[in-house]
Ligand binder design. Structure first.
Ligand SMILES: Cc1cc2nc3c(=O)[nH]c(=O)nc-3n(C[C@H](O)[C@H](O)[C@H](O)COP(=O)(O)OP(=O)(O)OC[C@H]3O[C@@H](n4cnc5c(N)ncnc54)[C@H](O)[C@@H]3O)c2cc1C
Length: 397
């Protein structure tokens, strides 16, 4: 019997555990999570905020699949020589192969001490308790988490101010053409947005701007990114480079230890990246399970990065990775939608993004994602033309 231990019972770890069974692994699987709750979906935490948790899998599914789920206990140490993991509760376990799916935690700079952050169900509970009509909510950071929280807070009637140091919102990974629509939607909803405004410090009640002005709130939330949980890996001597460094099969520098999800960095089309994306956590969880069982093809991981965000009635989707220094093209998608894309110097489609009400851009982005996956070469002026049938283009690619 071969024992597989998975550290981290989040999106990626859970997906990997079930995939191992689906791919035929009949040895022991132990899935260890530091959080006490049954593994749950994180995306609804910033969107729904209705206090209900959405489990990733029902409680009985773990038993049925023969997955030993150990919750409320962290792994404190790995001994790669002895091939054992040591839990915080004093128990230690042997492994034949190990997967690190330790995710990430909310970043909090020392200058922002006292601010609320959002990563877990209890963080969401603490934030939810502050949202009420006319409470003043200050948000540091105009990225996805900050903006989804702004939309959710507005829906409760709270007064919201977002302070962003960059000259525009969503500066990381989203083209200006899309971010400006997001910004307009927030302004229409009554959110005060201050871009190009540095924050020198913040507390649980105040944000002090770089120019010395101090804004006062009933609660301050920081959405300033996340930090990968790599300490366990680093202490075990594994290579770390903006996340636990893995190869195209998600193997770390130790051949028996794999890492996947938000905690790892891998090479995608020549660039080492670390993603923070629900679908990537799922794709990588399934892929790494196959890799651990030696069932992957020779090409390594090929999934295109894909991310979505819901704010108000709008849904935004991004497939591929935009190069901030290269131009984007626009495809006329109708009055209430916008689709933009980017090709490289050889006209290979590398990224696409869309925004519109509900899931109105999903179909187009799905097709563009497939074109990116296939490395399709397209004439940008042809792709920009709305009369071009995307399905036909995909069939031809
Ligand atoms: C509020 C919020 C909203 C989001 N919305 C979206 C969205 O709209 N679209 C999208 O694409 N993505 C979204 N994401 C991102 C997405 O949820 C993450 O990319 C995904 O959850 C990553 O999964 P993971 O399993 O790698 O890490 P995690 O979900 O972070 O799970 C890692 C788990 O490992 C545990 N752990 C860490 N160290 C140890 C240890 N030593 N021992 C035991 N356990 C340990 C952690 O406690 C955690 O439970 C959102 C994230 C958040 C926080």
């Amino acid at each position: 019997m071969t024992e597989i231990v998975i550290i981290g019972a989040g999106e990626c770890g859970v997906r990997a555990a079930f995939s191992l069974r689906e791919y035929g692994h009949d040895g022991a699987i132990t899935l260890i999570g530091a959080e006490s709750a049954l593994p749950y979906e994180r995306p609804p935490l910033s969107k729904a905020m209705d206090g209900t948790e959405k489990p990733i899998r029902p409680a009985d599914a773990y038993d049925t699949a023969g997955i030993d789920l150990v919750l409320g206990t962290d792994v404190a140490r790995i001994d790669p020589e002895a091939r054992r993991v040591f839990l915080g509760n004093g128990v230690d376990l042997p492994y034949h192969m190990l997967l690190l799916a330790t995710g990430a935690r909310a970043r909090l700079f020392p200058s922002l001490r006292g601010c609320l952050t959002l990563r877990t169900d209890s963080d969401a509970e603490a934030i939810m308790a502050r949202l009420a009509p006319n409470t003043r909510i200050g948000i540091v950071g105009g990225g996805f988490i900050g903006l989804e929280l702004a939309a959710t807070a507005r829906a409760t009637g709270a007064k919201v101010t977002v302070v962003e140091a960059a000259p525009r919102l969503l500066a990381r990974g989203v083209p200006t053409e899309i971010a400006s629509i997001v910004e307009a939607r927030h302004r229409t909803a009554g959110v005060e947005i201050r871009t190009g405004t540095g924050v020198s410090s913040a507390t649980n009640r105040t944000i002090t701007l770089a120019d010395g002005e101090t804004l006062t709130f009933d609660a301050v939330i920081a959405g300033v990114g996340s930090v990968p949980n790599t300490e366990l890996a680093a202490d075990a001597g594994l290579a770390v480079e903006n996340g636990i460094r893995v190869d195209e099969w998600f193997r770390t520098s130790d051949q028996r230890i794999f890492a996947a999800g938000d905690c790892c960095s891998f090479v995608w089309r020549g660039t080492r990246v670390r993603l923070e994306s629900w679908k990537a956590a799922q794709d990588q969880g399934a892929f790494v399970a196959a890799a651990m069982l030696g069932r992957t093809n020779d090409g390594g991981y090929r999934h295109v990065p894909w991310f979505w965000s819901d704010q108000y009635d709008q849904s935004l989707q991004v497939a591929g990775l935009f190069d901030a220094d290269s131009p984007v093209q626009q495809r006329d998608a109708g009055q209430d939608k916008r689709i933009v894309f980017q090709c490289d110097a050889e006209n290979v489609l590398v990224a696409a993004a869309g925004i519109g009400p509900g899931n109105s851009v999903s179909k187009d982005i799905r097709i563009l994602e497939k074109l990116i996956e296939r490395g399709a070469r397209v004439d940008p002026s042809v792709l920009a033309d709305p009369s071009l049938n995307l399905k036909r283009l995909l069939r031809a690619a």
